[in-house]
Design a binder for this molecule. Structure first.
Ligand code: CDP
Ligand code: MG
Length: 139
């Protein structure tokens, strides 16, 4: 079993989509082993997304991710990072496969309702960004 990080972004929290998204993810076989709501400030948002520093969408992205509360969840499943990316769909909701989370709820390439760790971009670093060992529960 592997772990990955899901963030329900401010657009989705504002639209009350948290429950729908969590149900879709859990129905796909993921177990939630840690979860909380928090409101990132710009410094925290900038640090989380530092891999994108210098890209034309970086400043917008930092403003967006800190524009309201997010729900962060640590999820566990076989091949969790790769499988969650499949459930979530492509970055641009218009290109996301039918019935993926972003296809169903995303409104633009930026406001695409969720973040899911990329398998090749150190999911553990993203989990550690939000959760201490004692915040995660095996059951
Ligand atoms: O989130 P994902 O890994 O699918 O995409 P990314 O390329 O790592 O970009 C991170 C986030 O930046 C995306 O989820 C979008 O919210 C935002 N983004 C954007 O606003 N405009 C782009 N052209 C690309 C990404
Ligand atoms: Mg990414």
């Amino acid at each position: 079993m592997e772990k990955t990080l899901l963030i329900i972004k401010p657009d989705a929290v504002r639209k009350n989509l948290t429950g729908n998204i969590l149900k879709q993810v859990m129905d796909a076989g993921f177990k939630i082993i840690g979860m909380k709501m928090l409101w990132l400030n710009k410094e925290q948002g900038g640090k989380f997304y530092e891999i994108h520093k210098g890209k034309d969408f970086y400043n917008w992205l930092v403003d967006f991710i800190s524009s309201g509360p997010v729900v962060v969840a640590c999820l566990k499943a076989d091949s969790a990072p790769a499988r969650l990316r499949e459930v979530v769909g492509a970055t641009d909701p218009k290109k996301a496969a039918p019935n993926t989370v972003r296809n169903l709820y995303g409104t633009s390439v930026g406001e695409n309702v969720v973040h899911a760790s990329a398998p090749d971009e150190n999911p553990q670093r993203e989990i550690d960004f939000f959760f201490k060992a004692g915040d995660l529960h095996e059951y």
